[in-house]
Write a protein that binds this ligand. Structure first.
Ligand SMILES: C[S@@+](CC[C@H](N)C(=O)[O-])C[C@H]1O[C@@H](n2cnc3c(N)ncnc32)[C@H](O)[C@@H]1O
Length: 205
């Protein structure tokens, strides 16, 4: 998907994103962030922070930087930061595929429901790896293409329609991880037939 199209779609979503997605996404955010075992003082990058649904899941004694391409989504996240007094949160407009951070700047990185939205998931994951310290945890919460051939075929078929809605359905986790030389330590589904996976990978660099 192209940058302008993504910005336009998420500008349109921004006013009712929480209404549509909070109920299904938040339990997954909470689980993922709790499992990370974030320590006091840790620096966390939240890639594609959106309206900031994840922000209240982080302990207040860590430092969270949330980046997003969409100013409209970030505006909603900023409102949450102010409303809940989240002084440990910094928000920035930035492209996940071209992060302006130094190498090894963060202890851990979270990318929730974003790798299937960015124009280039491989580049975004390479950037995530680069800015995260060796040994840091990379958490990817996302829908990935099914291992079941029939379901995967359907997911490829519906991909053009889903792109118009703001995400793609043809990203295969194993291929993606291979291309950036990463291995998943665990891949959790909160329900047996959940369409979203919560992937934890140690950043071996
Ligand atoms: C489905 S939303 C997920 C938001 C949030 N992480 C959550 O879990 O609710 C996808 C977000 O990715 C952002 N996004 C898309 N492409 C991006 C890019 N190249 N760089 C940064 N953010 C991007 C969109 O603006 C949108 O806010």
């Amino acid at each position: 998907m192209e940058y302008e199209a993504i910005q336009k779609i998420y500008h349109n979503y921004s006013n009712f994103y929480d209404l549509l997605f909070k109920k299904v996404f938040l339990p997954r955010h909470k689980f993922a962030i709790k499992e990370m075992d974030i320590q006091p003082g840790d620096k966390i990058l939240d890639v594609g922070v959106g309206t900031g649904l994840t922000l209240q899941c982080y302990p207040r004694d860590c430092q969270v930087t949330g980046i997003d391409l969409s100013p409209s989504m970030l505006k909603k996240a900023y409102k949450k930061k102010i409303k809940h007094g989240l002084d440990h949160v910094t928000l920035m407009e930035m492209d996940a595929c071209n992060l302006t951070f130094d190498d090894d700047e963060f202890d851990h990185v979270v990318a929730a429901f974003v790798l299937t939205v960015v124009p280039d998931p491989v580049k975004a994951l390479q950037e995530i790896k680069r800015v995260c310290k060796k040994g840091g945890i990379l958490v990817l919460v996302n829908h990935f293409m099914s291992d079941n051939k029939l379901i995967a075929k359907t997911e490829k078929l519906i991909d053009p329609v889903c792109r118009k809605l703001g995400w793609r359905t043809n990203v295969a986790l194993a291929d993606l991880l291979d291309q950036v030389n990463l291995k998943a330590d665990s891949c959790v589904r909160m329900k047996k037939l959940d369409i979203w996976s919560i992937v934890f990978a140690n950043n071996t660099k």
